[in-house]
Write a protein that binds this ligand. Structure first.
Ligand SMILES: Cc1ncc(COP(=O)(O)O)c(C=O)c1O
Length: 334
């Protein structure tokens, strides 16, 4: 193994040294990408939206007919807690990126079809890394994106599953690096925005009727239904934005006032250039910074009190509770 990383890995209920030899070469996730995963954030030892991630893991498992053990959520909760403690990431200052990977298991035979009649036991792995601050400039200048040459078919049912087959995504990231950009956007076969390689995309724009909108590609645009995306849709409504999901074009991206990416670990990241064209003023916009601050506060403070549907309600002084705040109101829109 190269590179520095965690000391431990949790595998099927046992903490093991991270640099040991753990999996069979016949493991189907290694051979075929026949596995699923989730990545989530744990701050101060508190796991953000575990139930939502487990629900998506179950949907991914259903899609690939991977059998998950009973009591999965409880098992994962305990496993994550043990791992965070072992990695010293469970204290008040701990901030961890947690990855849960489930492989269909090891099968020494050949072929794509999971063998019928053989009881393959899924391997469940949990890893944790410290969350590093975004690289220099990402928050101050925003990200530069390109469109990937890989097109997305909205009729492809596998896109909505979070499988370990990520070659398209790695390819797109390499395209971005070669172009001097930070990330790549997938477009659908009809040329609409889909998502970035590890994040959903949002636009902020002023509609012809003067209302400020938070717009994001709809679920039929070949996207992963992001947990942060769902949170932001609720956040946008509570912050006084008109929230829309639909088919968006690259032209709408470059003419938006602001754009940002959303994901569980990186949170909200501003996007300020697409193929070199500035978006809005070409700098991170006020709604983006506010979304990021409110999401980070939510992650830090935990979920809202029972009965509250307002995702910003975790912070009594949240800017989102003051939609007309002069300090945060975008004063221009395109
Ligand atoms: C392709 C893709 N889209 C979107 C997301 C965002 O999902 P979430 O907000 O649940 O992290 C991810 C997260 O890893 C992703 O890999």
């Amino acid at each position: 193994m190269t590179g520095t990383g965690p000391s431990f890995v949790w595998i099927d209920g046992v903490l093991r040294p991270a640099d040991g030899q753990h999996l069979s070469v016949s493991d189907r996730a290694f051979q075929l990408g026949d596995g699923i995963f989730e990545t989530l954030r744990a701050k101060g030892g508190r796991v953000t939206e575990l139930a939502e991630h487990v629900a998506r893991l179950r949907r991914s498992a259903d899609g690939l007919a991977i059998e998950l053990p009973a009591g999965l959520e409880t098992m994962l909760e305990a496993g994550i807690a043990d791992l965070l403690a072992a990695e010293h990431l469970d204290g008040p200052d701990g901030d961890a990126s947690v990855r849960i990977t489930v492989s269909r298991g090891a099968w020494a035979g050949r072929g794509l079809l999971p063998p019928v009649g053989e009881h393959l036991v899924a391997t469940i792995v949990v890893q944790a890394w410290p969350v590093l601050p975004p690289p220099a400039g990402h928050l101050e200048r925003g990200l530069s994106l390109i469109a990937s040459a890989v097109r997305r078919d909205p009729g492809n049912p596998v896109i909505a599953l979070k499988t370990t087959s990520r070659a398209d995504y790695v390819f797109a990231r390499i395209e971005a690096r070669r172009a001097g950009a930070e990330d790549a956007l997938f477009l659908t076969v009809s040329g609409h925005l889909s998502e970035a390689t590890t994040a959903n995309i949002f636009l902020v724009r002023v509609a012809p009727d003067g209302v400020t909108e938070l717009a994001t590609p709809s679920l039929d645009c070949a996207i992963l239904p992001g947990t942060t995306r769902s949170w932001l849709l609720r956040w946008g409504a509570s912050a006084g934005l008109r929230v829309t999901e639909g088919r968006l074009t690259p032209d709408e991206l470059v003419t938006a006032s602001e754009a940002f990416l959303s994901s569980s670990v990186a949170g909200v990241l501003p996007v300020t250039r697409f193929h070199g064209h500035p978006i809005g003023d070409g700098v991170p916009g006020p709604w983006t910074l506010r979304a990021r601050a409110d999401r980070e506060a939510f992650i830090g403070d935990g979920p809202p009190a029972a009965g509250s549907a307002d995702p910003s309600a975790t912070r009594p002084d949240s800017a989102a509770t003051r939609p007309d705040s002069a300090a945060t109101r975008p004063d221009s829109g395109r």
